[in-house]
Design a protein around this ligand. Structure first.
Ligand code: SAM
Length: 327
């Protein structure tokens, strides 16, 4: 017997392959189309032949979406997206890895224990894998969520992903380094796009703009996130480990010190990444404000391999202890 995730993935996969052929599009585009169909319980693409329509409907009817949990839906959809991304590698098409998304969700839940309602913004929402993994761990809270991305295909995948999981995320298709149409949020999560931001004119509105040439997009994203965070809001960034070792990191330090309290820096296990250069950490900040306070000691740790259950449990214990001492 296959698992629910495998069964759902198989439906995504088989139907995406049919649609890819019929619509002459990429597998990733077909995943977005089939997710839309599954959500509406119908085949929405007029150009599909009658025969293929029948095949698709039969596949869709073989499962009942309501019988799957949100996490099962997210993971099955994630597998289909990963397959599509492998076929068509585009450097900016990168989804936040499952284990990292889950761990950030765990941290967000911990930091917002006392909140009944909260708003959460991901200014680089991509496929919404990270954002929905986080929201799925905040059950019991009323969550308003917002996602922004400049890539229309990824945003379409985010839309379908959110619909299938019944999360009413408000999505915006735009450059996140331009003014956003969202109110400041209680929580920001962001797997930072790393690289240069090509729009120098727009970059000139930021303190962290480069003196010469293009600015670092990841620096500007941190500044923009702080701007769209409420006073006392928590910010969770997935950062490259090299964030503080560039020629321009002085200004970044200054901004972070002036506007936020550093809550924690958790280095992810190297085994998650292709090489040391690609390795990342989770960086947690709190924006200053009336009720915000600096921790006596920031939460600093090197996370073990997520598959190492014992070491992971010891780490969770260490984190729990930090929370009981600091909050
Ligand atoms: N968390 C996402 C997920 O789970 O799919 C992945 C985020 S990915 C590492 C970074 C995202 O930033 C990409 O989806 C990319 O399109 C987006 N991005 C890069 N520059 C941007 C900009 N200026 N404005 C908005 N989004 C941007």
């Amino acid at each position: 017997m296959s698992s629910p995730i495998e069964r759902l993935f198989t439906v995504f996969d088989h139907t995406a392959l049919v649609l890819q052929e019929e619509l002459k599009c990429s597998y990733l585009e077909a995943v977005a189309e089939t997710g839309e169909n599954l959500f509406h319980g119908d085949v929405l693409q007029e150009e599909v032949s009658e025969l293929s329509k029948k095949r698709l409907k039969k596949e869709y009817e073989s499962i009942q979406l309501e019988s799957f949990t949100n996490e099962q839906i997210r993971k099955a959809f994630q597998l289909a997206v990963l397959k599509g991304m492998k076929e068509h590698t585009q450097p900016h098409h990168q989804m936040t890895p499952d284990a990292v998304a889950l761990f950030i969700g765990y941290l967000v839940d911990k930091f917002t224990k006392t909140y009944f309602t909260l708003s959460i913004l991901d200014p680089a929402v991509g496929t919404a894998n990270l954002l929905t993994a986080v929201i799925n761990q905040l059950s019991g809270k009323q969550v308003k969520s917002y996602g922004v991305d400049v890539d229309d295909l990824l945003l379409q995948l985010a839309y379908v992903n959110a619909n299938l999981q019944k999360h009413p995320i408000q999505l915006f298709h735009q450059d996140s380094l331009r003014p956003l149409f969202v109110d400041p949020a209680d929580v920001i999560v962001c797997d930072l796009p790393v690289g240069y931001y090509p729009n120098d004119e727009q970059a000139s509105h930021f303190r962290l703009k480069a003196e010469k040439g293009h600015s670092y997009a990841h620096y500007l994203f941190i500044e923009q996130s702080i701007r769209y965070a409420k006073e006392g809001a928590y910010l969770f960034f997935l950062i490259p480990n090299s964030l503080f070792t560039t020629d321009q990191s002085g200004k970044l330090h200054e901004l972070i010190k002036e506007e936020t309290f550093i809550q924690g820096l958790l280095q992810l296990p190297l085994s998650l990444f292709k090489n040391e250069k690609a390795a990342k950490s989770i960086f947690i900040l709190q924006k200053k404000g009336e009720h915000a306070k600096a921790p006596k000691k920031a939460l600093l740790a090197e996370l073990p391999r997520f598959s190492n259950k014992e070491a992971m449990q010891a780490m969770m214990h260490k984190i729990d202890q930090w929370f009981s001492e600091e909050r």
